[in-house]
Design a binder for this molecule. Structure first.
Ligand code: NAP
Length: 367
């Protein structure tokens, strides 16, 4: 095996950070050599910092359990310890924005899960199967800040991952979408640990997640946008109406989606044509054979009662978008149910796929 690139995880003790630690255990390209979190955890061995809150159903990787957790607020501490960092911090937006810029300024690229930089015009918000071309804005980002090696790339909100690939596949096949109604049924792990109190979640559904509907309605336009003059210009449509709810599921966000095509009646795709587009969909991560690229990014379940979080979230190691129940919609054109694993595709493994794309495209050369 070629020498692996040393990486750091900021927020390594949290829900998403722990996923990073476990998922990177045997990664062919990356090796965790640096862990950082809040001053509450700093100075402790990682295994002590996560004692009684290690949430992954397997042992803490041997290479990581004795690493001393550092204070993530000091970017200089990472110098010489890792080449780039995954950021899974839960802090105020302005604090995260300043901190991610501080790492980039020190020459340490940041692959982030946080929302703080999602709306920065020259920061790509990546789903590698969709907008790999947005990597082109990184050169402008570095120039604008005077950063030599450092840069920031982010992931979108986790709930979007459930349905953005099928939407993109249809648009790419010549079936543009004008309007969408989305209702999400989001897992409790999406709120981090300890998250929503059990008294609010057991035997219950919470019909509100702060800030989530705004993200769901806006982020898809940047993801589907195009690069112009070193910045990402948002797509003009689809117009999205979202309702986001929290449901008593541990992992796996579900969404129900109704679509209206921006096409005359006789040009709209049939159910069979849509299924064919989804079945054939493949993209750059698959052709580059990135280590965590799912072979089938979109998986359609024929059973009338699928997808279900418990049965389907691990499809393609938690990296597939699992769809079912495609049918005619009496109000719009078609509707379906979509599911993806929120802490894998929607968070840590999606972040790792972003890093794999960056590496394959040469962004980690000469670090
Ligand atoms: P979490 O479980 O609450 O973990 C938060 C992490 O941030 C912990 O490591 C914590 O360290 C650290 N932290 C908190 N305050 C800090 C401070 N003042 N200085 C330095 N570090 C601090 O949150 P999470 O669910 O893993 O989410 C992490 C990020 O990923 C968030 O930005 C979230 O929006 C995003 N995200 C989450 C999901 C998901 O499914 N959960 C999906 C997509 C994106 P201590 O342990 O020391 O407190």
């Amino acid at each position: 095996m070629a020498e692996r690139i040393s990486v750091g995880v900021l927020g390594a003790t949290g829900m998403v950070g722990q996923r990073y630690i476990k998922l990177l255990e045997n990664h062919p390209w990356f090796k965790v050599t640096y862990v950082a979190a809040s001053p509450r955890s700093a100075g402790k061995a990682y295994k002590e910092a996560v004692k009684n809150r290690w949430l992954i159903g397997a042992d803490i990787p041997a290479d990581v359990k004795d690493l001393i957790v550092q204070d993530a607020n000091d970017a200089k501490l990472a110098l010489g310890k890792c080449k780039f960092v995954f950021s899974a911090l839960e802090m105020g937006k302005d604090e995260i924005k300043a901190l991610e810029a501080a790492y980039a300024a020190e020459g340490i690229p940041v692959v982030s899960n946080a929302s703080a930089n999602r709306w920065t015009e020259d920061v790509p918000m990546l789903i590698p199967e969709i907008n790999y071309s947005h990597l082109d804005v990184i050169a402008e980002q570095k120039k604008h800040h005077g950063w030599d090696k450092g840069f920031i790339a982010v992931k979108p909100n986790c709930s979007l991952q459930t349905y953005m690939m099928p939407i993109f596949a249809l648009q790419q096949a010549g079936y543009p979408i004008k309007r969408m109604i989305v209702t999400t049924l989001q897992a409790v792990s999406g709120a981090g640990y300890p998250g929503v109190p059990s008294f609010d979640m057991i035997d219950n559904i919470v019909p509100f997640i702060g800030g989530e509907e705004e993200k769901t309605e806006k982020e898809c336009l940047k993801i589907l946008g195009t690069v112009k003059d070193g910045k990402i210009e948002n797509a003009a449509q689809p117009l999205v109406s979202a309702t986001c709810t929290r449901v008593p599921v541990i992992d796996g966000h579900t969404a129900t989606v109704s679509l209206e095509f921006d096409l005359p009646e006789d040009k709209k795709p049939s159910i069979e044509q849509i299924l064919k587009v989804w079945e054939d969909f493949t993209s750059v991560p698959q052709s580059l054979k990135l280590p965590n690229a799912p072979v089938h990014p979109i998986v359609y379940r024929e059973e009338e009662n699928r997808p279900q979080p418990r049965r389907d979230r691990e499809t393609e190691n938690g990296m597939a978008c699992v769809i079912g129940r495609l049918r005619k919609c009496p109000v719009f054109d078609v509707k379906f149910v979509a599911l993806s694993h929120n802490t894998k595709r929607g968070a840590a493994l999606g972040g790792i796929l972003n890093a794999e794309l960056l590496k394959a495209k040469g962004f980690f050369d000469n670090l």
